[in-house]
Design a protein around this ligand. Structure first.
Ligand code: MRU
Length: 320
Protein backbone atom coordinates (compact mmCIF):
# COMPACT_ATOMS: atom_id res chain seq x y z
CA UNK A 1 0.00 0.00 0.00
CA UNK A 2 1.55 3.28 -1.08
CA UNK A 3 0.28 6.35 0.74
CA UNK A 4 2.60 8.86 -0.99
CA UNK A 5 3.46 8.49 -4.68
CA UNK A 6 5.74 10.69 -6.75
CA UNK A 7 5.03 9.96 -10.41
CA UNK A 8 5.96 11.99 -13.50
CA UNK A 9 6.69 15.06 -11.37
CA UNK A 10 3.33 14.84 -9.57
CA UNK A 11 2.76 14.14 -5.89
CA UNK A 12 -0.23 11.94 -5.12
CA UNK A 13 -1.49 11.36 -1.60
CA UNK A 14 -3.84 8.62 -0.41
CA UNK A 15 -6.37 10.63 1.63
CA UNK A 16 -6.33 8.81 4.99
CA UNK A 17 -9.26 10.83 6.30
CA UNK A 18 -11.54 8.90 3.92
CA UNK A 19 -10.34 5.41 4.89
CA UNK A 20 -11.53 2.70 5.19
CA UNK A 21 -14.59 3.58 3.12
CA UNK A 22 -12.93 5.24 0.16
CA UNK A 23 -9.44 4.82 -1.34
CA UNK A 24 -8.85 8.12 -3.10
CA UNK A 25 -5.64 9.90 -4.11
CA UNK A 26 -5.51 13.69 -4.02
CA UNK A 27 -2.95 16.01 -5.63
CA UNK A 28 -1.98 18.99 -3.44
CA UNK A 29 -0.90 22.01 -5.46
CA UNK A 30 -0.56 25.05 -3.18
CA UNK A 31 1.22 25.49 0.16
CA UNK A 32 -2.24 25.77 1.74
CA UNK A 33 -3.18 22.37 0.25
CA UNK A 34 -0.07 20.82 1.82
CA UNK A 35 -0.68 22.52 5.18
CA UNK A 36 -4.33 21.44 5.25
CA UNK A 37 -3.48 17.85 4.31
CA UNK A 38 -1.14 17.61 7.33
CA UNK A 39 -3.43 19.50 9.71
CA UNK A 40 -6.58 17.53 8.86
CA UNK A 41 -4.78 14.15 8.89
CA UNK A 42 -5.22 13.41 5.18
CA UNK A 43 -1.60 12.42 5.75
CA UNK A 44 -0.61 11.42 9.27
CA UNK A 45 1.93 9.33 11.13
CA UNK A 46 5.24 10.93 12.04
CA UNK A 47 7.49 9.62 9.21
CA UNK A 48 4.75 10.03 6.55
CA UNK A 49 4.22 13.72 7.31
CA UNK A 50 8.00 14.22 7.13
CA UNK A 51 8.15 12.58 3.68
CA UNK A 52 5.13 14.56 2.46
CA UNK A 53 6.57 17.87 3.71
CA UNK A 54 9.91 17.06 2.05
CA UNK A 55 8.14 16.84 -1.34
CA UNK A 56 6.31 20.09 -0.54
CA UNK A 57 9.66 21.80 0.10
CA UNK A 58 10.92 20.46 -3.25
CA UNK A 59 7.86 21.22 -5.36
CA UNK A 60 6.64 24.60 -4.07
CA UNK A 61 8.20 27.88 -5.19
CA UNK A 62 8.97 30.77 -2.82
CA UNK A 63 10.98 31.43 0.33
CA UNK A 64 11.97 27.98 1.61
CA UNK A 65 12.65 29.08 5.20
CA UNK A 66 9.16 30.63 5.41
CA UNK A 67 7.65 27.52 3.85
CA UNK A 68 9.41 25.30 6.40
CA UNK A 69 8.09 27.39 9.32
CA UNK A 70 4.58 27.31 7.84
CA UNK A 71 4.54 23.53 7.32
CA UNK A 72 6.12 22.80 10.73
CA UNK A 73 3.33 24.73 12.43
CA UNK A 74 0.70 22.30 11.06
CA UNK A 75 1.62 19.63 13.64
CA UNK A 76 4.13 20.53 16.36
CA UNK A 77 4.62 17.24 18.23
CA UNK A 78 5.93 14.83 15.58
CA UNK A 79 9.60 15.75 15.22
CA UNK A 80 9.97 13.97 11.86
CA UNK A 81 8.13 16.89 10.22
CA UNK A 82 10.63 19.58 11.26
CA UNK A 83 13.51 17.10 10.87
CA UNK A 84 12.58 16.55 7.20
CA UNK A 85 11.96 20.23 6.41
CA UNK A 86 15.27 21.14 8.10
CA UNK A 87 17.10 18.60 5.95
CA UNK A 88 15.41 20.02 2.84
CA UNK A 89 16.32 23.59 3.81
CA UNK A 90 19.95 22.59 4.26
CA UNK A 91 19.88 20.84 0.87
CA UNK A 92 18.42 24.00 -0.71
CA UNK A 93 21.09 26.21 0.86
CA UNK A 94 23.75 23.78 -0.38
CA UNK A 95 22.34 24.00 -3.93
CA UNK A 96 21.32 20.33 -4.07
CA UNK A 97 18.57 18.88 -6.30
CA UNK A 98 15.54 19.08 -3.99
CA UNK A 99 13.48 16.42 -5.76
CA UNK A 100 16.36 13.97 -5.36
CA UNK A 101 16.66 14.92 -1.66
CA UNK A 102 12.92 14.36 -1.07
CA UNK A 103 13.11 11.01 -2.86
CA UNK A 104 16.13 10.10 -0.70
CA UNK A 105 14.14 10.83 2.49
CA UNK A 106 11.31 8.70 1.10
CA UNK A 107 13.49 5.73 0.09
CA UNK A 108 15.61 5.88 3.25
CA UNK A 109 12.44 5.58 5.35
CA UNK A 110 11.74 2.23 3.64
CA UNK A 111 15.17 0.98 4.72
CA UNK A 112 14.71 2.29 8.27
CA UNK A 113 11.27 0.66 8.61
CA UNK A 114 12.63 -2.63 7.30
CA UNK A 115 15.43 -2.63 9.91
CA UNK A 116 13.05 -1.63 12.73
CA UNK A 117 10.69 -4.42 11.65
CA UNK A 118 13.49 -7.01 11.71
CA UNK A 119 14.67 -5.97 15.19
CA UNK A 120 11.07 -5.90 16.41
CA UNK A 121 10.27 -9.31 14.97
CA UNK A 122 13.24 -10.81 16.83
CA UNK A 123 11.40 -10.01 20.09
CA UNK A 124 8.19 -11.85 19.10
CA UNK A 125 7.12 -15.49 18.79
CA UNK A 126 4.85 -17.14 16.25
CA UNK A 127 1.30 -17.14 17.62
CA UNK A 128 1.80 -14.12 19.92
CA UNK A 129 -1.12 -11.88 20.87
CA UNK A 130 -0.27 -8.24 20.22
CA UNK A 131 -1.97 -5.03 21.32
CA UNK A 132 -1.60 -1.90 19.17
CA UNK A 133 -2.75 1.68 19.68
CA UNK A 134 -3.38 4.19 16.87
CA UNK A 135 -1.70 3.43 13.54
CA UNK A 136 2.02 2.99 13.03
CA UNK A 137 1.87 0.93 9.85
CA UNK A 138 2.63 1.49 6.19
CA UNK A 139 0.09 4.32 6.12
CA UNK A 140 2.06 6.20 8.78
CA UNK A 141 5.43 5.70 7.07
CA UNK A 142 6.65 4.66 3.62
CA UNK A 143 6.36 0.88 3.84
CA UNK A 144 5.90 -1.75 6.62
CA UNK A 145 5.65 0.87 9.35
CA UNK A 146 7.22 0.98 12.78
CA UNK A 147 4.79 -0.40 15.40
CA UNK A 148 3.09 -2.64 12.81
CA UNK A 149 6.32 -3.38 10.93
CA UNK A 150 7.21 -6.60 12.78
CA UNK A 151 3.67 -7.90 12.18
CA UNK A 152 3.69 -7.16 8.44
CA UNK A 153 7.22 -8.54 8.03
CA UNK A 154 6.35 -11.53 10.21
CA UNK A 155 3.34 -12.30 8.01
CA UNK A 156 5.65 -12.46 4.98
CA UNK A 157 7.84 -14.92 6.90
CA UNK A 158 4.92 -17.16 7.89
CA UNK A 159 4.26 -15.98 11.47
CA UNK A 160 0.64 -15.95 12.64
CA UNK A 161 -0.08 -13.13 15.10
CA UNK A 162 -3.37 -12.33 16.83
CA UNK A 163 -3.67 -8.58 16.99
CA UNK A 164 -5.99 -6.54 19.18
CA UNK A 165 -6.30 -3.03 17.77
CA UNK A 166 -7.40 -0.21 20.10
CA UNK A 167 -9.86 1.92 18.14
CA UNK A 168 -8.06 5.08 19.40
CA UNK A 169 -10.44 7.87 20.32
CA UNK A 170 -11.22 10.48 19.17
CA UNK A 171 -10.27 10.02 15.49
CA UNK A 172 -10.27 6.22 15.44
CA UNK A 173 -6.98 5.60 13.63
CA UNK A 174 -6.89 2.10 15.14
CA UNK A 175 -10.32 1.27 13.76
CA UNK A 176 -10.15 3.09 10.45
CA UNK A 177 -6.49 2.50 9.58
CA UNK A 178 -4.83 -0.28 11.60
CA UNK A 179 -7.63 -2.82 11.24
CA UNK A 180 -7.91 -1.87 7.54
CA UNK A 181 -4.17 -2.35 6.98
CA UNK A 182 -3.97 -5.63 8.86
CA UNK A 183 -7.09 -7.05 7.18
CA UNK A 184 -5.56 -6.22 3.80
CA UNK A 185 -2.34 -7.97 4.80
CA UNK A 186 -4.28 -11.08 5.90
CA UNK A 187 -3.31 -10.69 9.58
CA UNK A 188 -5.78 -11.79 12.26
CA UNK A 189 -7.06 -8.57 13.85
CA UNK A 190 -9.76 -7.88 16.42
CA UNK A 191 -10.94 -4.34 16.99
CA UNK A 192 -11.54 -3.24 20.59
CA UNK A 193 -12.54 0.02 22.27
CA UNK A 194 -9.64 1.68 24.08
CA UNK A 195 -11.29 0.91 27.42
CA UNK A 196 -11.10 -2.85 26.74
CA UNK A 197 -7.30 -3.07 26.73
CA UNK A 198 -7.13 -3.95 30.43
CA UNK A 199 -9.54 -6.88 30.06
CA UNK A 200 -7.76 -8.51 27.10
CA UNK A 201 -4.48 -8.18 29.00
CA UNK A 202 -6.00 -9.70 32.12
CA UNK A 203 -7.41 -12.56 30.05
CA UNK A 204 -3.87 -13.43 28.92
CA UNK A 205 -4.49 -12.58 25.28
CA UNK A 206 -1.58 -10.13 24.96
CA UNK A 207 2.10 -11.10 24.85
CA UNK A 208 3.45 -7.70 23.79
CA UNK A 209 2.34 -4.13 23.09
CA UNK A 210 3.75 -2.46 19.94
CA UNK A 211 3.37 1.27 19.37
CA UNK A 212 4.99 3.99 17.25
CA UNK A 213 6.23 7.33 18.52
CA UNK A 214 6.12 10.98 17.54
CA UNK A 215 9.06 12.35 19.54
CA UNK A 216 11.49 10.52 21.82
CA UNK A 217 13.34 12.56 24.43
CA UNK A 218 16.97 11.88 25.36
CA UNK A 219 15.94 10.01 28.53
CA UNK A 220 13.49 7.75 26.64
CA UNK A 221 10.26 9.56 27.59
CA UNK A 222 8.15 9.19 24.48
CA UNK A 223 5.30 11.23 22.95
CA UNK A 224 2.77 8.90 21.35
CA UNK A 225 -0.89 9.08 20.32
CA UNK A 226 -3.17 10.08 23.19
CA UNK A 227 -4.04 7.05 25.32
CA UNK A 228 -0.72 5.27 24.79
CA UNK A 229 0.62 6.08 28.26
CA UNK A 230 -2.47 4.46 29.81
CA UNK A 231 -1.78 1.30 27.81
CA UNK A 232 1.83 1.39 29.07
CA UNK A 233 0.64 1.61 32.69
CA UNK A 234 -1.62 -1.40 32.10
CA UNK A 235 1.18 -3.37 30.44
CA UNK A 236 3.46 -2.70 33.44
CA UNK A 237 0.70 -3.85 35.80
CA UNK A 238 0.18 -7.11 33.92
CA UNK A 239 3.91 -7.73 33.27
CA UNK A 240 3.56 -7.44 29.49
CA UNK A 241 6.48 -6.04 27.44
CA UNK A 242 5.76 -2.56 26.08
CA UNK A 243 7.81 -1.76 22.96
CA UNK A 244 8.12 1.63 21.23
CA UNK A 245 9.33 1.45 17.62
CA UNK A 246 10.58 4.47 15.65
CA UNK A 247 13.34 5.59 13.28
CA UNK A 248 16.36 7.55 14.59
CA UNK A 249 14.76 10.72 13.15
CA UNK A 250 12.04 10.50 15.85
CA UNK A 251 14.66 10.83 18.61
CA UNK A 252 15.08 14.46 19.66
CA UNK A 253 18.05 14.76 22.00
CA UNK A 254 17.33 18.51 22.31
CA UNK A 255 14.46 17.40 24.57
CA UNK A 256 16.11 16.09 27.72
CA UNK A 257 12.84 14.61 29.02
CA UNK A 258 9.16 14.41 28.11
CA UNK A 259 8.55 17.69 29.98
CA UNK A 260 10.23 19.48 27.05
CA UNK A 261 7.86 18.01 24.44
CA UNK A 262 5.13 20.30 23.08
CA UNK A 263 1.78 18.53 22.92
CA UNK A 264 -0.53 19.50 20.06
CA UNK A 265 -4.05 20.42 21.17
CA UNK A 266 -6.81 19.92 18.63
CA UNK A 267 -10.40 21.11 18.29
CA UNK A 268 -12.93 19.76 20.76
CA UNK A 269 -15.26 19.18 17.80
CA UNK A 270 -13.22 16.03 17.10
CA UNK A 271 -14.54 14.63 20.37
CA UNK A 272 -18.14 15.78 20.01
CA UNK A 273 -19.06 15.64 16.35
CA UNK A 274 -16.55 14.26 13.81
CA UNK A 275 -17.34 10.58 14.06
CA UNK A 276 -21.04 10.76 14.91
CA UNK A 277 -24.30 11.31 13.04
CA UNK A 278 -25.45 13.61 15.83
CA UNK A 279 -23.30 15.64 18.24
CA UNK A 280 -22.66 13.73 21.48
CA UNK A 281 -22.55 16.81 23.70
CA UNK A 282 -23.99 20.30 23.81
CA UNK A 283 -22.20 22.91 21.65
CA UNK A 284 -21.27 24.85 24.80
CA UNK A 285 -19.69 21.83 26.52
CA UNK A 286 -15.97 22.42 26.93
CA UNK A 287 -13.54 19.80 25.61
CA UNK A 288 -9.87 19.10 26.20
CA UNK A 289 -8.38 17.34 23.19
CA UNK A 290 -4.61 16.78 23.40
CA UNK A 291 -3.47 14.74 20.38
CA UNK A 292 -0.62 13.01 22.22
CA UNK A 293 0.54 12.06 25.68
CA UNK A 294 3.95 11.23 27.07
CA UNK A 295 4.84 7.71 28.15
CA UNK A 296 7.39 7.82 30.97
CA UNK A 297 10.50 5.84 30.12
CA UNK A 298 10.11 3.71 33.27
CA UNK A 299 7.07 2.12 31.60
CA UNK A 300 8.95 1.19 28.42
CA UNK A 301 10.57 -2.26 28.10
CA UNK A 302 12.62 -1.31 25.04
CA UNK A 303 12.80 1.32 22.31
CA UNK A 304 13.50 -0.19 18.92
CA UNK A 305 15.10 2.01 16.26
CA UNK A 306 16.82 1.20 12.98
CA UNK A 307 20.06 1.21 15.02
CA UNK A 308 18.99 -1.65 17.31
CA UNK A 309 17.05 -2.59 20.43
CA UNK A 310 17.69 -0.12 23.24
CA UNK A 311 16.96 -0.99 26.88
CA UNK A 312 16.72 1.39 29.85
CA UNK A 313 18.25 3.48 31.20
CA UNK A 314 18.09 5.46 27.95
CA UNK A 315 20.59 8.15 27.02
CA UNK A 316 20.19 8.70 23.29
CA UNK A 317 23.00 11.26 23.09
CA UNK A 318 25.30 8.30 23.68
CA UNK A 319 23.30 5.68 21.74
CA UNK A 320 22.81 7.46 18.40
O1 MRU B 1 -2.33 11.83 15.12
P1 MRU B 1 -1.71 10.77 14.29
O2 MRU B 1 -2.68 9.87 13.63
O3 MRU B 1 -0.71 11.36 13.32
O4 MRU B 1 -0.89 9.89 15.31
C1 MRU B 1 0.21 9.20 14.87
C2 MRU B 1 0.55 8.05 15.70
O5 MRU B 1 0.01 7.79 16.71
C3 MRU B 1 1.62 7.14 15.30
O6 MRU B 1 1.68 6.09 16.20
C4 MRU B 1 2.95 7.86 15.31
O7 MRU B 1 2.98 8.99 14.48
C5 MRU B 1 4.01 6.96 14.87
S1 MRU B 1 3.97 6.75 13.16
C6 MRU B 1 4.92 5.46 12.69
Amino acid sequence: MQNIKFENGRLLLLDQSLLPNEEKYIEPKTKEDYFTAIKTLQVRGAPAIGIFAAYAMALLEGDKAELKAYLDSARPTAVNLSWATERMLKAYNAGKDLIEEAKAIHYEDRELCRKISEYGLSLLKDGDGILTHCNAGALATSEYGTGLGPLLLGKEKGYEFHVYSDETRPLLQGARLTSYELEKAGIDVTLICDSMASLVMKQGKINAVLVGADRIANNGDTANKIGTSGVAVLAKHYGIPFYVLAPYSTVDTACESGDDIIIEERSGEEIKTYMFKEPTALPETKCFNPAFDVTDSVLITAIITDRGIHYPPFNFKEIL
